[in-house]
Design a protein around this ligand. Structure first.
Ligand code: UPG
Length: 419
């Protein structure tokens, strides 16, 4: 991988926001900052993070391209054609000074493969998305299908993403490297034994509440609404259980049992913001909370930089994506934080969590199933702790940042050698 170290890598990413793909790119850009640089198609906090880490950033902002949405149709494409041409020319000028282009998002991939035709620099494509109809429009899938073979190396973040790509291109023989995200556990370790009363206090979450954390940008397919429904369901379940206890009251009165959870309130903390224009969904979530009368229990914390500290303040970390999650950094992070994790059974998450061993999996979109999984953890703290411990051990072993960076470097070196 020393070969890769000396090569000049030009990383290209369309977003200025701190999404999962950008956070994955961060350690790579830092490792190659001496000879490499990052091109962003939009300005934002990601640029600040990169520059603070000593990475050179080139902004190639063109409003026309950033207007093409994930599911945009043909007219959106035509409107974007001219700016795309301008951006390809600009990228080509930059790329001449580098050995390899590393394209990290869909638009970066399109620009990178077009640029490759002009300057003949190899393209390493890191695909972070499941290229299915659940996530992308027909046009986007068509474009990716057509351009996929121009990538000199293709990296994906899970088997699930590899499978969806093979289904799209119809090429099962194409070499695709599965490179799982790696997460540095040090921040999570540091937060492990500290009490985060301040975080709860600031939100108005009682110290003794049973607190459910969901860490994700607010977006329909991330399924925050499923958790809100699940919490409403938990309250119904709880009420029913109390009723039953009441009916059988005479029998139970003297019993020691009554390990009732009714005095411990359930609270939910949503950490994350609508990063990619999902403001309408964010507004709908608040309406849903109001309609169910759950305002005192559900807290919107917005985007937070210190996810490790926020996770430490939770009792459980949940993941609720309704469409298959390509990988799911937040699932690994929940495990590293030593929390029991309940995640949606689909996509890359199934390569991370083993149900009943290192966490719990429930069907995507099934609020009832989520409520009962959460109820089980809440009633049985020993079981929750057991899952959390096994999850943490697995995450520390299987998703290291060192392995992630090494595997990407190996691909870069392979491609750079061919120059
Ligand atoms: N995060 C913050 N602050 C917040 C909320 C989230 O830093 O307030 C972080 C979170 O800790 C995580 C990242 O943002 O590291 C989100 O990543 P992820 O949960 O993986 O989701 P996406 O943003 O959707 O990322 C895409 C894919 C995802 C994959 C990731 C990296 O959808 O499945 O894991 O890219 O390959």
């Amino acid at each position: 991988t020393d070969a890769a170290r000396g090569s000049r890598i030009l990383f290209v990413d369309q977003s200025g926001e701190l999404g999962g793909a950008e956070l994955a790119l961060l350690p790579l850009a830092i490792r190659h900052r001496e000879h490499g640089a990052v091109v962003l198609l939009q300005d934002g906090p990601f640029r600040e993070r990169l520059e603070a880490a000593g990475v050179t950033v080139h902004l190639l902002v063109d409003a026309g391209v950033s207007r093409v949405r994930k599911t945009g149709g043909l007219s959106a494409l035509l409107r974007a054609a001219l700016p795309v041409y301008r951006q390809v020319r600009a990228l080509a000028r930059l790329a001449r000074d580098y050995d390899v282009m590393f394209v990290n998002t869909q638009k970066a991939f399109v620009l990178g493969t077009l640029t490759r035709a002009i300057v003949r620099r190899p393209v390493v494509w890191f695909l972070h998305d499941i290229m299915s109809a659940a996530h992308f429009g027909a046009l986007q899938r068509y474009v990716v299908r057509g351009l996929a073979r121009f990538a000199d190396a293709t990296l994906v973040n899970s088997q699930a993403v590899a499978q969806a790509l093979a289904d799209l291109t119809g090429r099962r023989d194409r070499a695709v490297d599965v490179v799982y995200n790696g997460i540095d556990p040090s921040q999570f370790d540091a937060a492990l034994h500290t009490q985060h009363r301040a975080i709860r206090a600031a939100l108005g979450v009682p110290t003794d509440a049973w607190c459910i954390g969901l860490f994700s940008r607010l977006a329909q397919w991330k399924g925050q609404h499923v958790l809100i429904d699940a919490v409403a369901q938990m309250l119904v379940d709880e009420h029913d259980a109390l009723e039953r206890r009441h009916v059988g009251g005479a029998r139970e009165r003297g019993a020691p049992a009554a390990r009732s959870t009714r005095h411990v309130e359930v609270h939910v903390v949503f950490v994350g913001a609508p990063l990619f224009g999902e403001d309408a969904y964010a507004a709908r979530l608040r309406e849903q909370v109001a309609r169910l009368g759950l305002e005192p229990r559900i807290h919107f914390a917005g985007f937070q930089h210190d996810v490790a500290a926020w996770m430490a303040a939770m009792d459980v970390v949940v993941h609720t994506s309704t469409a298959p999650e390509p990988f799911g950094r937040v699932v690994v992070e929940g495990m590293l934080a030593g929390k029991p994790v309940v995640a949606a059974r689909a996509g890359g998450v199934m390569e991370i969590v083993e149900h009943g061993k290192t966490g719990l999996l429930t069907e995507p979109g099934d609020a009832r199933a989520l409520a009962s999984a959460l109820g089980a953890l809440r009633r049985d703290p020993a079981y929750a702790a057991e899952l959390a411990e096994a999850g943490r051990e697995t995450a520390r072993r299987q998703f290291t940042e060192a392995a992630f960076v090494e595997r990407v470097d190996a691909a870069l070196a392979r491609v750079a050698d061919r120059i």
